[in-house]
Design a binder for this molecule. Structure first.
Ligand code: GLA
Length: 336
């Protein structure tokens, strides 16, 4: 593993990338403390990992809980960081009450639209001018099959138009906020084409949408560089802005379910460093359409991948190691 390096000689990522795009990190109340130094030195944008999701902001009907989210916004402002809002409408981490009447039966379409509007309005108005862009709809597209959208309570009760309503309500709540559609596997050709069709349909109807978020939960083999380039070109052809919103690079291939490693192998670290180098080479070459690259965390001591897809298995997906030292991947994304 890397030796401790002289901190003063480590350039700040966000300085190096100043002329290209902002460099973000997902944070939570724990990492805002434990990773504060790295965060404030290297990053000029942040996203709440879970604290602005529906269940966190409105756990019960009409009871909004903003304390933790407010603190995060205050942190971003105190450290001169931009903030991405994540996320308003999603099939996950949305409480059941949203779709139910008091007697436990499913609500009707009009009521769900009212509740959607209320949530979006309340949240976005609160953070007007403080959160510059929102992932308005997250992960609505189906991975497999011909249908564009995945079935969900949103499609069941409102129908496919739930997406346009979400964007219209968001635009009304904060006309200055940039509004994004965000998804994973967004570089895989089949899903890419569906996301393209979905978003093109929205644009053709005049729905206010300004960007596409590609989550970028990637690994040492997937996706291919060509697929990344094609995806960027396809989405950019819609005239929209591109954000990479949740980047991490697992040292395991998706189907590798080994659990015995206590440290990454040298080979993993070197393949990961090569991958990071080429990813950032691609990002730089498309910097005219990419405005933001956000990692889904900061350093290897904390990552959701420690529990996904194998519960309790350590992963090392970032450019800083568990001791907050720069890895070879870090030096590789500076070296052009
Ligand atoms: C998705 C969501 C994120 C987060 C990750 C896993 O990508 O968009 O909010 O839940 O999964 O941590």
């Amino acid at each position: 593993m890397n030796q401790t390096v002289n901190e003063a000689r480590v350039p700040a990522l966000s300085d190096v990338y100043e002329d290209y795009f902002s460099i973000g990190a997902a944070v939570n109340p724990l990492t805002l403390g434990t990773q504060k130094e790295l965060l404030t030195k290297h990053f000029n944008s942040m996203t709440a990992e879970n604290e602005m999701k529906f269940e966190a902001l409105q756990p019960e009907f009409n009871r909004f809980t903003f304390d933790t989210a407010d603190k995060m916004v205050a942190f971003a402002q105190a450290h001169d960081m931009k903030m991405r809002g994540h996320t308003l409408i999603w099939h996950n981490q949305t409480p059941d009450w949203m779709f139910l009447q008091r007697d436990g039966t499913t609500i009707d379409r009009e009521t769900l639209l009212e509740r959607m509007k209320k949530h979006i309005k309340t949240v976005m108005e609160r953070y007007k001018g403080k959160i510059y862009c929102w992932d308005v709809v997250n992960e609505a597209v189906a991975d497999e099959g011909e249908a564009i959208l995945r079935p969900s309570k949103w499609t069941d009760i409102i129908g496919e138009s739930f997406i346009e309503y979400a964007f219209k309500y968001a635009h009304k709540a904060d006309p200055n906020a940039l509004l994004f559609y965000n998804d994973y596997n967004a570089c895989h050709p089949h899903k890419r084409d569906k996301i393209y069709q979905l978003v093109k349909g929205l644009i053709d109807k005049g729905v206010p949408i300004h960007g596409i978020g590609l989550q970028a939960h990637w690994n040492i083999v997937d996706p291919s560089y060509d697929d990344i380039k094609r995806a960027i070109e396809t989405y950019a052809s819609l005239g929209l802005n591109i954000h990479f919103t949740e980047m991490d690079v697992s040292v395991f291939e998706y189907h590798d379910r080994r659990t015995e490693l206590l440290e990454p192998t040298e080979e993993m670290i070197s393949r990961q460093a090569d991958r990071y180098h080429t990813f950032f080479e691609i990002f730089r070459s498309y910097a005219d359409v990419i405005d933001s690259v956000t990692f889904w965390g900061v350093a290897d001591d904390y990552t959701w991948l420690d529990d996904f897809p194998v519960t309790g298995r350590k992963n090392w997906p970032f450019v800083f190691d568990a001791k907050h030292q720069p890895k070879s991947a870090f030096w590789n994304i500076l070296d052009f």
